[in-house]
Design a protein around this ligand. Structure first.
Ligand code: F0G
Length: 405
């Protein structure tokens, strides 16, 4: 049974019906969130269902009788990583590996909800701006649903794997000569003007799918982790995960909450800057820069929700350099066999940095959310690892090359 829901402004608290196509409060322009009645359900009640987004249907606000658009998202592994814990300097470290989703990133959790919603509202076309993963995911789910899909990408700053996905799934792909923030502004205007359903994370229904990551962590770990580290770009995911933990607590499934740890790349860290300086509002960056192109964002729309998640949870925040990101990406791959894209490695790099500053240590347990698959950005891999040596096809050359002579 799906729960009944409504939309509520996070600032002025004005409420709207769940069938209204709005992305921000009509009264004050602030972000909206979906509100559901906490269901009366236990983990045992749901235990026979496959692990994945729809296992938690009592928490997922879609219309009764909706045609669910799914590619079997979620149900991703939670790996215990002892070598990585030692490297970072914490007691326990787990990776929630979102690269194992159907299109290789956590976005699929949101798109199954978002595209199901688009269908039940009767939309014929969907759209997003994207640093890559959102567009890869939306184009796949739109194809699955038989909807037209438009995506606006920042020119030359989208990793090859992600671009390949959007193109092959048949989206109309447009390169904008500007950054992600420019593309998002455009697509928000476009969606209102042309009545195309917008599926960026400003759309609160998408976050309803993404919150299931928190549910799975509780199911897989068997207890509430102390810290959950999340890379932040447009700041939807950390907000969604925090909402998930809060809802499990309201439903009486857990009795305490984790502390959220938000991590940004140094060159694209407007939220971290704001928190460090204790500012009331975000100062957008006009030229965000990082090799982790997925989180190359200077004006994240969901910053108020992310700041709330960090503050309410008595959480942590930190920025990490591109070198730290690449080092963490390599260590995750070589010590644990888990292949993640650069933005994903920011969560692990953040833990190491926090240990070096004494914010985390030998007593702590952290779940790091690794948001996307290594193969999303093959060009970055070649850039940081180099190309393999080339040899003529003979045995002597092979043995020379193997012995490094
Ligand atoms: N990690 C990856 C791999 C991402 O693709 C993104 C966001 C994030 C982390 C940050 O998540 O925006 O919810 O804070 N990618 C978006 C996109 C912006 O267009 O694919 P967030």
């Amino acid at each position: 049974m799906f729960p009944k829901s409504k939309l509520r402004c996070i600032k002025c608290k004005k409420e709207f019906n769940s069938d209204e196509v709005i992305y921000v409060c009509r009264s004050c322009g602030s972000l909206l969130e979906v509100v559901i009645e906490p269901p009366k359900v236990s983990l045992e009640d749901m235990a026979d269902r496959p692990l994945g987004v729809w296992r938690y249907e009592e928490f997922l606000p879609v219309e009764e009788g909706s045609e669910i658009v799914t590619l079997r998202e979620g149900g991703t592994p939670l790996y215990r990583c002892d070598r990585l814990a030692k490297w970072a300097g914490v007691k326990r470290l787990y990776i929630k590996y979102e690269g194992a989703n159907p299109t290789g990133s956590f976005k699929d959790r949101g798109m199954t909800l978002g595209v199901t919603k688009a269908k039940s509202l009767g939309s014929k076309a969907v759209a997003c701006a994207s640093t890559g993963n959102t567009s890869a995911s939306l184009s796949a789910y739109a194809a699955r649903a038989g909807l037209t899909c438009y995506v606006l990408l920042p020119a030359e700053k989208v990793a090859m794997g992600k671009l390949a996905q959007a193109l092959m799934h048949g989206a109309k792909v447009i390169s904008v000569k500007g950054n992600f923030d420019d593309a998002l502004k455009l697509v928000m205007e476009l969606s209102v003007k042309m009545e195309i359903y917008l599926l960026n994370s400003v759309n609160p229904w998408r976050l309803e799918g993404q919150k299931t990551l928190a549910f799975e962590v509780i199911d897989q770990l068997g207890h509430v982790p102390e810290f959950v580290a999340v890379p932040m770009g447009n700041c939807g995911n950390i907000s969604a995960i925090w909402k998930g933990f809060r809802e499990f607590k309201s439903a009486g499934i857990i009795d305490r909450l984790p502390r959220m740890f938000g991590v940004q790349a140094e060159g694209a860290a407007p939220v971290i800057n704001m928190l460090r300086k204790n500012l009331e509002t975000l100062v957008p960056l006009s030229n965000p820069e990082t090799l982790a192109t997925a989180i190359r964002i200077g004006n994240p729309v969901n910053w108020p929700k992310a700041v709330m998640a960090i503050k309410e949870s008595n959480g942590l925040y930190e920025s990490v350099s591109d070198d730290e990101i690449v080092e963490a990406q390599r260590v995750i791959a070589t010590l644990e066999g888990i292949g993640v894209e650069p933005a994903s490695a920011a969560s692990v790099a953040g833990v190491k940095r926090a240990v070096s500053k004494g914010m985390l240590g030998k007593k702590d347990e952290v779940v790091c959310v690794c948001t996307g698959h290594l193969l999303k950005d093959p060009e970055e891999v070649i850039k940081v690892c180099g190309r393999p040596v080339e040899i003529p096809p003979d045995l002597l050359a092979v043995s020379k090359a193997l012995s490094g002579k």
